[in-house]
Design a protein around this ligand. Structure first.
Ligand SMILES: Nc1ncnc2c1ncn2[C@@H]1O[C@H](COP(=O)(O)OP(=O)(O)OP(=O)(O)O)[C@@H](O)[C@H]1O
Ligand SMILES: [Mg+2]
Length: 330
């Protein structure tokens, strides 16, 4: 549905060229949600702007639904853009217009007659759960409600593709989850293909089918989240799963033994791996932290284990043989 091939973007600057994107390949299938993560300056926003050609790539191709955008003339590009909705971090609503009139804006631009417009706006506000706030102005709405208006507006022209640039970064954690769940729901109901940009792994965990890690303009990892989780060296996957607090420094200082960070995937979560370890190596194992999450349908367990002083190479090798990822943290 979305296919970027060899996309590069170079901004000429006074003190030399800035390479914002370098030979980026990304493929997102129809109905998938793909999350692009990366640090500030990694090129995420530039990437998103290249997908709707707000930014023209210096080289490479951008294909949406089988149509190569970079070769279209202005009129054809305008048409193609109607099939791509965009949601912004700061909502970008017009403060002088009501929620309904903000949602109506793209329909006015597209020349949709007034009666049909009114009907469509009502449908859209209902779709995002704001049917009773149609007449409110942005200043009278919460951040989450404003973003719902932003999403309804992005969907006004019935796009097949939705682009979101940090759509939840301005929201508190609870509202973030509500908006993420709304995006997931819309993705399923409308068979929308979603490309979203974020610096929060939580967003990937909660709704993404695919993940792309961007670093200094390059794709350093990409794939289905479920597949990435199964790759022991995936940087993206390492950021997913239960977050455990670092062991208390006072406790850590008193520990003479070894502290392990152990991750289990899938069926292994339910197996008596630790009991087996204790029996086999006759070890005094203490669990000092732990949790289980389900991400992209995969169960991920994580434990902080404390082992007594001694050489535990055999025990660690055993855990790894059983399929656990083990890191020695102290
Ligand atoms: N119009 C522009 N002119 C010159 N340089 C630009 C332009 N837009 C982006 N850049 C540069 O390209 C690089 C990538 O910027 P981009 O905005 O895509 O990063 P980002 O990953 O979205 O960062 P953030 O997380 O801070 O939003 C940066 O070095 C930035 O300074
Ligand atoms: Mg950005």
């Amino acid at each position: 549905m979305i296919r970027l091939s060899g996309v590069s973007k170079v901004f000429p600057g006074r003190s030399g060229d800035v390479v914002a994107l370098a030979d980026v390949d990304i493929e997102v299938g129809r109905g998938e949600i793909c999350g692009v993560v990366g640090q500030s300056g990694a090129g995420k926003s530039t990437l998103l702007r290249c997908v709707n050609l707000l930014e023209r790539p210096s080289s490479g191709s951008v294909e949406i639904d089988g149509v190569e955008l970079t070769t279209l003339d202005a009129a054809a590009l305008r048409d193609a853009r109607r099939g791509i909705g965009t949601v912004f971090q700061q909502f970008a609503l017009l403060s002088s217009r009501s929620a309904a009139d903000n949602v109506a804006l793209p329909l006015e631009v597209a020349g949709v007659p007034r009666a049909r417009r009114r009907e469509r706006v009502r449908e859209l506000l209902e779709l995002v759960g704001l049917e009773d706030r149609a007449d409110a102005h942005p200043a009278q709405l919460s951040g989450g409600q404003q973003q719902r208006v932003g999403i309804a507006r992005a969907l006004a022209t019935e796009p097949r593709v939705l682009l979101c640039d940090e759509a939840t970064s301005a929201l508190d954690p609870e509202t973030t989850d509500q908006i993420l769940d709304l995006l997931r729901d819309l993705n399923r109901r409308l068979d929308l293909t979603v490309l979203l940009i974020t610096h929060e792994m939580h967003v990937v965990e909660r709704i993404c089918d695919r993940g792309v890690l961007l670093k200094e303009g390059r794709v350093v990892e990409s794939g289905r989240v479920a597949d990435l989780l199964a790759q022991p060296r995936s940087v993206l996957a390492a950021g997913l799963g239960p977050k455990l607090p670092a062991p208390d420094p006072d406790v850590a200082a008193r520990i003479e033994g070894t502290l392990l960070d152990v991750r289990f995937l899938g069926d292994l979560v339910g197996e008596p791996v630790i009991a087996d370890l204790v029996r086999r190596f006759d070890l005094d194992v203490s669990v000092v932290g732990g949790g289980v999450d389900v991400i992209a349908g995969t169960r991920i367990g994580r434990l902080h284990l404390q082992l007594p002083a001694g050489d535990h190479a055999g025990a660690i090798a055993h855990l790894r043989r059983r399929g656990a990822e083990v890191e020695v943290i102290a």
